[in-house]
Design a protein around this ligand. Structure first.
Ligand SMILES: NC(=O)c1ccc[n+]([C@@H]2O[C@H](COP(=O)([O-])OP(=O)(O)OC[C@H]3O[C@@H](n4cnc5c(N)ncnc54)[C@H](O)[C@@H]3O)[C@@H](O)[C@H]2O)c1
Ligand SMILES: O=C(O)C(=O)C[C@@H](O)[C@H](O)[C@H](O)COP(=O)(O)O
Ligand SMILES: [Zn+2]
Length: 359
């Protein structure tokens, strides 16, 4: 096992660790220690299970443990699958001291986390992220949810994990498209609040795409530190945390409009960030050169930067109205003052959005 980095999310009296390192899922004693009660349910998906489930099951040898292997993909982040997790907890006879372990990407993490938030009104939950996106973003911060056909993450809860264990060795089996989707959320941290990190990403883009372990671990740690800070200051998204939604109002509208079977979440966020940046430039709020620098980095990372053909702008706008940040019927967007400087804007007329959605 190589060096393990340990960070912490501090929420007043509550705190939990984020461990990042190669081979962490092989440390059976450390994993077992994260399950203090008798019952454990491991939720994972069919791509992840053959590679990593045996490691987790071995660690839970002394427990009354169950496993639920779901079909993979965003289209499975549904109330129906949530019901299956409930049924698995019931079949296990899981008591209030049970632990739900999410082994997989953001889909499994969001779904299993929401189940943990609801079972007996809330049980312990551990995140074992196996995608880059989950390591840098979804496993941290306690946003859990499922999608509805009407919109992304519309049913959910804030429910913090007890620990996050990111074994970077799992990234070796991640398909290249999924790695690139994760890099979109990595770029997001630089774009929204850290121009120095953005420049670092420009310098290390090739190493990231080549999955250099040290470079990936550094990027994961920097993103987690950034997110942990924001979540510590604004756990339930009353203000600053909205910045983590940079690119998401556009991105979620695209994902929903495509029935969750088109662009991946990270890809849709890449498009959304470029739209938000170019809109900001057009409104004179941000330098156009910064918007193009953002688009150039995302393109270099193999990510899309334009809305997929055939999506109706008016339909996208209608989807955006159901965004969770909107208040009293007014859209709230995360716009930009330039690299490293995102801002919340709720005074933008909808008419300004249609040209961006039509471009
Ligand atoms: N809660 C949050 O704060 C938050 C943050 C960002 C994204 N999200 C959510 O996360 C989801 C996207 O997560 P994702 O990008 O991880 O997608 P995902 O969970 O669908 O995983 C991507 C794909 O990779 C496979 N996979 C996962 N790990 C693997 C591995 N190590 N080796 C081989 N295959 C592997 C999965 O089976 C799946 O097919 C979206 O639903 C998004 O809304 C939530
Ligand atoms: O943690 C947050 O806060 C985020 O917004 C992170 C996003 O990357 C993530 O996609 C999140 O699930 C979006 O949340 P939502 O509230 O817009 O559904
Ligand atoms: Zn996201």
């Amino acid at each position: 096992m190589s060096e393990t980095r340990e960070l912490e999310v501090a929420l007043g009296e509550r705190r939990y660790p984020i461990r990042i390192g190669r081979g962490l899922l092989g440390d059976a004693a450390a994993l077992a220690a994260l399950v203090p009660g008798r019952h454990a349910l491991v939720v994972t998906d069919a791509h992840v299970a053959p590679h990593y489930l045996p490691l987790v099951e071995a660690a839970l040898g002394g427990k009354q443990a169950g496993t639920l292997v779901l079909p993979p993909g965003e289209q499975e982040k549904t109330l129906a699958r949530f019901g299956e997790v409930m049924a698995a907890l019931a079949a296990l006879g899981a008591s209030r001291d049970a632990t739900v372990l999410a082994l997989g990407g953001g889909v499994v993490g969001d779904l299993a986390g929401f189940a943990a938030a609801c079972w007996m009104r809330g049980v312990r939950f551990v995140q074992l992220p196996t995608t880059l996106l989950a390591m840098v973003d979804s496993s941290v911060g306690g946003k859990t949810a499922v999608d509805l056909p009407e919109g992304k993450n519309l049913v959910g809860a804030f429910h913090q994990p007890a620990a996050v264990v990111a074994d970077t060795a799992t990234l070796a089996t991640l398909p290249p498209r999924e790695l690139r989707a994760g890099l979109a959320e990595v770029v997001k941290y630089g774009a929204l609040g850290d121009a120095g990190f953005f420049a670092w990403l420009e310098a290390h883009a090739d190493a990231l795409l080549a999955r250099d372990d040290a470079t990936l671990a550094e990027a994961i740690a920097r993103c987690c530190a950034h997110k942990a800070g924001i979540v510590a200051r604004d756990e339930t998204e009353r203000g600053e945390r909205m910045l983590l939604n940079f690119g998401h109002t556009f991105g979620h509208a695209i994902e929903t409009q495509q029935g969750y079977g088109g662009l991946l979440h990270g890809e849709a966020v890449a498009v959304g960030m470029v739209l938000a940046a170019r809109l900001s430039a057009r409104l004179g709020r941000a330098p156009a050169a910064d918007a193009e620098r953002l688009a150039a980095l995302l393109t270099r990372l193999g990510l899309p930067t334009t809305i997929p053909a055939g999506l109706d702008p008016a339909a996208l706008l209608a989807r955006m109205r159901l965004d969770k940040k909107a208040v009293s019927g007014t859209l709230r967007l995360i716009l930009w003052r330039g690299l490293g400087q995102a801002e919340v804007v709720d005074t933008l007329p909808e008419a300004d959005l249609l040209p961006v959605l039509s471009a």
